[in-house]
Design a protein around this ligand. Structure first.
Ligand SMILES: NC(=O)c1ccc[n+]([C@@H]2O[C@H](COP(=O)([O-])OP(=O)(O)OC[C@H]3O[C@@H](n4cnc5c(N)ncnc54)[C@H](OP(=O)(O)O)[C@@H]3O)[C@@H](O)[C@H]2O)c1
Length: 253
């Protein structure tokens, strides 16, 4: 089996879905040569599990990256570029995100802005700074077929960001979260169209409702099961502009 991609970067990889993505990538029988496991505070207590994993797998590079801070994103891109030694970055997974349950009655301006900053502005800044490395990766593969092994941006969104499904899910208004994920879906659609000419695939994955700090213990899905599904979907993905769940089924925008 060939690796999903030679190089992969994951944001928010110190816990939850991001940490499990890194774990399953490196524990694969044919792992990527480089896994850039980024998080905003790698040296704090929240970075312990990631450092323990990185000690066992030399292909993990732990890199500081705060998605809301452009200078941090720029510095991370420069670290990654030097590690890649002239090669491109194949797969960028924008996973970092925050939740917010505010309703129309309780929502405050700052809570809206904060969710938008992390969940929408952050991924845009990350793509902007890593785009030269993704473009480089796209030119390194002879085939025109789009894939995660060539060059791809995967944004981890939510079905709560689907406008169409929104009409069925009115019991969970969650304005900051749902608006930010709907916006992230639009960001992905725009990028898919714009980056088609460069051979870079851009799609959205909904991980399901997963037992993490965000998903809580009430969630039906383990993080291992969700991530196994996500990685299987990514390995078979060849269409840009898709909105898929962790089992590979299409979701309505
Ligand atoms: N769990 C679910 O049921 C579910 C469902 C649908 C979609 N999702 C999406 O899946 C993704 C991962 O969720 P999760 O369940 O793994 O959440 P989680 O356990 O709460 O982890 C969130 C991750 O994002 C990081 N993060 C937050 N703000 C950041 C920032 N400004 N810069 C860099 N990193 C930041 C956190 O870092 P710190 O440790 O430093 O805070 C943490 O690593 C999110 O985009 C989420 O919206 C989750």
């Amino acid at each position: 089996m060939s690796p999903l991609a030679c190089s992969v970067l994951v944001t928010g990889s110190n816990r939850g879905i991001g940490l499990e993505l890194v774990r399953q990538l490196v524990e694969n029988t044919d792992p990527p040569e480089h896994v850039f496991a980024t998080c905003r505070n790698p040296d704090g207590p929240g970075g312990k599990a990631l450092h323990e994993l990185a000690q066992k797998h030399p292909n993990i590079h732990v890199v500081q990256l705060e998605v809301e801070d452009q200078s941090s994103v720029k510095a991370a891109a420069s670290v990654v570029e030097s590690q890649l030694k002239g090669k491109g970055l194949n797969l960028l997974i924008n996973n970092a995100g925050v939740n917010s349950f505010a309703t129309l009655e309780t929502v405050e301006q700052q809570e809206m802005l904060s969710a938008l900053n992390t969940n929408v502005v952050g991924p845009i800044l990350v793509v902007k700074e890593f785009l030269p490395l993704l473009k480089r990766a796209a030119t390194e593969t002879a085939t025109d077929r789009m894939s995660c092994s060539k060059a791809a941006i995967i944004n981890i969104s939510s079905k709560l960001g689907s406008i169409e499904l929104g009409f069925e899910l009115v019991k969970l208004p969650m304005y900051p979260y749902r608006v930010s994920k709907a916006a992230l879906n639009m960001v992905t659609a725009c990028m898919a169209e714009e980056l088609k000419k460069d051979g870079i695939l851009c799609s959205v994955i909904n991980p399901g409702w997963v037992k993490t700090d965000m998903g809580t213990e009430q969630a039906p899905l383990t993080v291992q099961c969700s991530v196994q599904g996500i990685l299987k979907v990514l390995a078979n993905l060849s269409s840009s502009g898709a909105f898929l769940n962790w089992e590979g089924n299409s979701l309505p925008w």
